[in-house]
Design a binder for this molecule. Structure first.
Ligand code: VGL
Ligand code: ZN
Length: 198
């Protein structure tokens, strides 16, 4: 078996009522449970930031959430404080039911750099180790779902493709933040890169 399902960031802070709520973020929980029950192999990712993380607008006087700044590693969107290590907001949605998940990969735990992708931090260089894990276990085919379509799912899928994995994203089991057209830009990028969108 060489196929694996990767479920990105289905956490309370990305669901309605959370600190970086994605519209309809909770609507994908049951579809994901159903899909996951058809996969023998599943990996979960968890956005996991220390207090005072550099991606938080609260750390940049005079800058608001959902605007961008220049960081040493490139442009960075600033976010409301979210997914703080050990918090309720960082926990998986209570109805996410994937007991057979074999790995939980945490990302964004370095204060000075954000990590949208499950494979590389936002410098596009520092690996999370996921690629090595998948390769060592012989997985070649990835199906990806979760939150948010236009941020963590997008950058994870693009890195997966660049790394040589076969990758498909099931859009109905994702939801987008959609900051000024980022959802449409994601679809366009997927088409250009040959990332299958179902
Ligand atoms: C995410 C913004 C900040 C995501 C994580 O999971 O898409 N987006 N941190
Ligand atoms: Zn984050």
């Amino acid at each position: 078996m060489s196929a694996i399902l990767i479920i990105i960031d289905v956490q309370n802070d990305f669901c309605p009522g959370g600190r970086l709520a994605v519209n309809g973020g909770d609507e994908i929980v049951h579809p994901i449970n159903k899909l996951a029950s058809t996969y023998e192999h599943v990996v979960l990712t968890q956005d996991w930031h220390p207090e005072g993380h550099s991606s938080f607008a609260s750390q940049h006087a005079g800058h608001e959430a959902f605007t961008q700044i220049d960081m040493p590693y490139g442009r960075q969107t600033l976010w409301p404080d979210h997914c703080i290590v050990g918090s309720h907001g960082a926990s998986f949605h209570k109805d996410l039911n994937v007991p057979h998940a074999e790995l939980i990969i945490r990302k964004g735990f370095r204060k000075e750099i954000d990590s949208y992708s499950a494979f590389f931090e936002n410098d596009h260089k520092t690996p999370t180790g996921l690629s090595g894990y998948l390769r060592e276990r012989g997985f070649k085919k990835i199906t990806m779902v979760g939150l948010a379509f236009d941020y963590c799912v997008r950058y994870s899928a693009e890195d997966a493709k660049n790394l040589g994995f076969e990758i498909e994203v099931i859009e109905s089991a994702t939801r987008a933040i959609d900051l000024g057209g980022t959802a449409a830009a994601t679809r366009k990028s997927f088409i250009e890169r040959g990332i299958i969108l179902r």
